[in-house]
Design a protein around this ligand. Structure first.
Ligand code: TPP
Ligand code: SF4
Ligand code: MG
Length: 479
């Protein structure tokens, strides 16, 4: 039978790879003889044939396929090393009608992302995973991967992988097949035409499963890495046959997709009052504290920054808790320096009526700077019109910003005068309340008894005093 060769790119690929740097916009960055290019083509053809280019999202983490987004004409996400299954989970759950592809190498999936893939597989997430097993870290120059063969020479196993020191090659299909949820688990190879054809069929089956919402499909593809293996292309194909197949036998370990109904997940319910009741936190909803309609910042995006040991994290947590007491949505995100005590630390706090998206405050409307390095680092990112409280006990230079409201407060000094430097975090709470109008002094007592519930009376009173002092200082000096 005569065969017709059609030289055209499948529509699953972008016509001209415009995101790829350099002049060669019509070819991939993969080495000659690399398996990634073949697998890409099988996927791109299937996307065209199933007419799902527009509803497919390809997620590629780190590895030689990191630039998959140069090529696929789909939605694309490039994500941190090993994390594609976690991101694919959220994409697939948020967009149940999309076709989600997680495309991962063996270093990525079986090493740094080992737990991610197991959890996604175990939950039966609706996605198809292409696991490119080339027995090596290709992108970084040929180090040992979890799937590197016994005796295989890599840059990190120059005497060959020794199971006594490096363990055995991980057989990911066999591991995934131990789980209950996956519907399709198969291993194919790209080392010759018959096997490329079988891979083509597996690619289509996995993608079809994702289209039909059948759950989790796992397709391991043995793939050539001539550069990492330091071989020419043809010997690399032979190398798979002779060395990889005995350790990674080709077979379909599971296929229950036909008999599996489409995954239907319960619609997420979030009724805060019901949750509090179930968890026995009913009392919290009885708070008699109400939002102050005159609050200056209805939407607080705050950074608290200073030395580790200065109560930076505690101040942030206390403020988030205050916000919660008043019925706001809150978030608190710590960022520690390399050391704890004595090093630098900061946290982001969001307090707002609306739902919170990202919890890091990259553009804070308020900064509490407890030491000079923090003032220098974060002063510049406050949004114009925002507020800056800085600790004059430890900072002797004036802030440079003229377009934010500045509150110079001897925070550490006020705490010292109360006999305990540790309460500087609560001095911050008081100063914050005076600046934002979130609460007034008449509410401090009930707020403190709620925040410090179960703590000795002496502690509650000292903290109450610190809040009051911080509040009064700002009101007396800046009204
Ligand atoms: C968090 C993190 N750790 C390590 C690296 C370095 N790194 C880049 S690619 C890679 C391994 C990729 O190997 P594999 O997943 O097998 O993909 P291949 O290149 O072989 O297709 C590593 C360790 C990184 N980029 N990020
Ligand atoms: S290093 Fe290996 S995996 Fe990476 S592009 Fe080259 S051949 Fe392919
Ligand atoms: Mg690899």
């Amino acid at each position: 039978m005569a065969h017709k060769t059609v030289l055209r790119k499948p529509k699953g690929f972008i016509d001209v790879y415009k995101h790829k740097p350099g002049a060669e916009k019509d070819r991939t960055h993969y080495c000659p003889g690399c398996g990634h290019g073949i697998l890409h083509k099988l996927i791109a053809e299937a996307l065209e044939d199933f007419d799902i280019v527009d509803k497919t999202i390809v997620i590629s983490p780190v590895g030689c396929s990191v630039f998959a987004y140069y090529y696929f004409h789909t939605g694309n996400l490039q994500v941190p090393h090993g994390r594609a299954p976690a991101v694919a989970t959220s994409v697939s759950r948020a967009n149940p009608d999309s076709v989600v592809i997680s495309y991962q190498g063996d270093g990525d999936l079986a090493a740094i992302g080992g737990n991610n893939i197991l959890q996604a597989a175990n939950r039966g997430e609706n996605m198809v995973v292409f696991f490119v097993n080339n027995a090596i870290y290709g992108m970084t120059g040929g180090q040992m991967a979890p799937t590197t063969l016994e005796g295989q020479i890599t840059t990190t196993t120059p005497y060959g992988r020794n199971v006594k020191t490096d363990g055995y090659p991980l057989q990911m299909c066999e591991i995934i097949n131990q789980l209950t949820a996956p519907v399709y688990v198969t291993r194919t190879s790209l080392h010759d035409m018959p096997n490329i054809r079988k891979t083509r069929a597996a690619v289509r089956k996995g993608i079809k499963n994702a289209m039909d919402k059948k759950g989790f499909s796992f397709i391991e593809v043995l793939s050539m890495c001539p550069s990492g293996w330091k071989m020419d292309s043809v010997p690399a194909q032979e190398w798979i046959k002779e060395n990889m197949l005995p350790r990674f036998p080709l077979s379909t370990l599971r296929d229950i997709s036909e008999d599996t109904p489409a995954v239907e997940r319960p619609v997420p319910v979030m009724d805060p009052d019901e949750v509090k009741n179930i968890l026995g936190y009913g009392a919290l909803s009885d708070s008699n504290l109400t939002k102050n309609p005159d609050a200056a910042f209805e939407k607080v995006a705050l950074r608290v920054a200073g030395f580790g040991g200065q109560g930076i994290m505690s101040a942030g947590i206390a403020l988030a808790n205050v916000g919660m007491e008043y019925g706001y949505n809150v978030s608190w995100l710590p960022s520690y320096g390399p050391e704890m005590r004595g090093g630098t630390a900061n946290c982001s706090v969001k307090i707002q009526s609306e739902t919170i998206g990202a919890s890091e405050c990259t553009e804070p409307n308020m900064l509490i700077a407890m030491n000079q390095p923090s003032l220098e680092k974060f002063e510049k990112i406050i949004v114009p019109g925002g507020a800056l409280i800085y600790n004059t006990t430890l900072i002797d230079r004036e802030p440079t910003r003229k377009d934010v409201k500045v509150y110079a407060v001897p925070i550490t000094g006020i705490a010292d005068d109360l006999g305990d430097t540790r309460v500087q975090s609560m001095v911050n709470v008081g100063a914050f309340a005076a600046v934002t109008g979130m609460f007034d002094p008449s509410e401090i007592e009930s707020l403190m008894s709620s925040l410090f519930e179960g703590k000795p009376e002496k502690v509650v009173k000292l903290n109450e005093k610190a809040v009051r002092k911080g509040y009064e200082y700002v009101k007396e000096n800046f009204s």
